[in-house]
Ligand binder design. Structure first.
Ligand code: NAP
Length: 531
């Protein structure tokens, strides 16, 4: 069973007893241990920590030349390890280089570890990036006969490193009974930590609280357990994720994982940080698809990869609905192998926005026929929404700061079902529509005091309860535009509602089950409140 290991620094200025208590509290109910980082600790301090811990401990005295803080001599480090073994530490961690270079270390630890019932971890770390001789290094780790666990960590240069780390964990699981912990550090390496249990690693690292990381990219234990479904993960668990750059603050993992838990789906949803560029996108998706045991089910695709997702879908002969194809970008890829069928690609912003809008009117998408809707903005979101509205038979007026872009959009979708025209941004104040949809980033954090337009409060176009004002901006949920519109008597729809609805469209594609939309709203509200 994969354990979560919480690093605790044993050093001056840290209440070690308290830190261990916090770690054990976070680990309550899961298999866990603590790594006592004794880089600068005295023997007495280390023994005190071993004495306090109720969960198994790893004793590590990481030197500066391997990314730690210890400037102790080999003799001093040996003194700590020997005392740790005598005190019954479950593991000691020794760097591969130290092991290979120092006969004294080999002599002191080799047989003594076995005699005391302590297991030896040999480890190698590369903070500068992926070592060119990665496979060779693993071979050198394995050549240490006395080692019981092998550990290889390097700074991820792309998501592919994280996938390779998981593959290495799986491949090394059944070599000779001595498992490998392989970790790709940093944001791009996150899934090497989060999916460690699914791939059968002996342990992964999680911190008790933010700011206590011993290496870049470590999640908190709470994130592993609550955000990433640690306890529910198994070998066959399906994987979904959001590909984007940046992606660390995406709400999608929170929403989808809560949904998977609510409907009992054996799946986990992870953030997948992929740098801009079609090549990076394709490389990441192919690596995910090619990784044995990954069981990739579906991907949400966000900025800046939506065009690349469409190109990928076309290249792989995906089923793409006509409207998504016409929009030219997709944000969802679904591999339906287990449910029959191949790759499917779609634009969930489209359905999500329409559902959010008609939800405010209490009707179905059919009720949009003949409605007159103003769309503010002609970028990616505007394009999807205009396409959906026109296909549903609404009359759309596109107001865009750059009129030509608005006109191009009107030309692209005018006449599909409803009529689409473009108008100058300055004419917004004279607009006479039943709904106004902000598809610009105006009002988004940190520019929360801005609004794309003022409510129309007098004359024949004055807003009332029948007017729907929908802001696609979701951070903050209650924008200045929405606040003013509500004061003017309009019915408002926050961008969070679109986010939830588009996630629901994706969820149903990923799982084949109805999305628990209420649970999505609750999670979204709670996460936004905590930010
Ligand atoms: P985009 O492709 O960059 O397009 C931005 C649009 O806004 C362009 O038409 C641009 O006009 C216009 N614009 C930008 N700054 C402006 C300003 N100061 N005044 C007037 N117009 C301005 O962006 P996008 O991907 O469509 O995203 C737009 C918004 O939709 C974002 O706030 C995003 O958060 C939101 N969104 C929400 C969801 C959701 O689920 N709730 C989903 C997707 C997007 P020009 O053509 O003149 O540059």
């Amino acid at each position: 069973m994969t354990k979560i290991c919480v690093p605790v620094f044993v050093k001056g200025g840290v209440d070690v007893e308290e830190a261990i208590a916090r770690a054990e509290e976070a680990l309550e109910g899961v298999e866990g241990m603590v790594e006592l980082r004794c880089d600068t600790a005295s023997v007495k301090g280390m023994l005190g920590a071993i004495d306090v811990a109720r969960v198994p401990v790893i004793v590590t005295v990481r030197p500066t030349w391997e990314g730690g803080f210890s400037q102790k001599s080999d003799a001093e480090r040996i003194g700590l390890w020997e005392a740790a073994m005598e005190a019954g530490a479950e593991y000691v961690d020794v760097e591969l280089e130290a092991w290979e270079k120092s006969g004294a270390i080999r002599e002191a630890i080799g047989d003594a570890a076995e005699k005391n019932g302590t297991r030896l971890i040999v480890s190698n770390h590369c903070f500068g990036g992926r070592p060119k001789d990665l496979a060779e290094r693993v071979g050198r780790l394995r050549a240490v006969r006395e080692a019981r666990v092998l550990k290889m960590a390097w700074k991820a240069e792309s998501l592919v490193d994280a996938i390779d780390a998981l593959r290495m964990v799986a491949e090394n699981r059944n070599v000779d009974g001595r498992p490998l912990v392989a970790l790709a550090m940093g944001e791009e390496g996150l899934i090497s930590r989060v999916l460690a249990k699914k791939f059968g690693a002996p342990f992964t690292f999680g911190v008790a609280e933010r700011g206590k990381e011993s290496a870049p990219g470590q999640p908190t234990v709470a994130e592993l357990r609550e955000r990433f479904r640690w306890e529910a993960q198994g070998e066959r668990t399906g994987v979904c994720g959001v590909v984007g750059w940046p992606v660390g603050h995406s709400l999608s993992p929170d929403i989808h994982n809560a949904g998977f838990a609510a409907v009992g789906a054996d799946a986990v949803y992870v953030p997948l940080a992929v740098r801009p560029g079609a090549e990076a996108f394709t490389g990441a998706v192919e690596a995910l698809r090619g990784c044995g045991g990954m069981n990739l089910r579906g991907l949400s695709v966000t900025i800046p990869h939506k065009e690349s997702a469409m190109a990928y879908a076309e290249k792989h002969g995906a089923e793409v609905d006509a409207l998504s194809r016409h929009i030219g970008v997709v944000n969802t890829l679904v591999w339906r192998g287990e449910r029959g069928g191949g790759l499917k690609a779609l634009n969930s912003d489209l359905g999500g926005a329409l559902d959010a809008l008609v939800g405010a009117w209490g009707g179905t998408r059919e009720s949009l026929r003949g409605k007159r809707v103003a769309v503010l903005g002609a970028g990616g979101a505007g394009r999807a929404i205009v396409a959906g509205l026109a296909a549903a038979g609404a009359t759309v007026v596109v107001y865009n700061r750059t009129l030509e872009k608005g006109q191009a959009l009107a030309e692209a979708f005018g006449g599909t079902e409803g009529k689409v025209v473009a108008a100058a941004w300055e004419k917004l104040g004279q607009s006479c529509c039943e709904a106004y949809i902000n598809c610009t980033p105006v009002g988004m954090h940190p520019h929360v005091n801005e609004t794309p337009m003022e409510p129309i409060t007098s004359g024949p176009c004055a807003w009332g309860a029948g007017t729907v004002v929908f802001d696609t901006v979701y951070n903050p949920a209650m924008t200045k535009f929405l606040k003013l519109s509500r004061q003017a008597g309009a019915t408002i729809v926050p961008g969070t509602e679109m986010f939830v609805r588009q996630a629901a469209v994706q969820f149903e594609e990923f799982t084949g089950k109805a999305a628990p939309v209420e649970a999505f709203r609750r999670v979204m509200g709670a996460v936004m409140k905590g930010r």
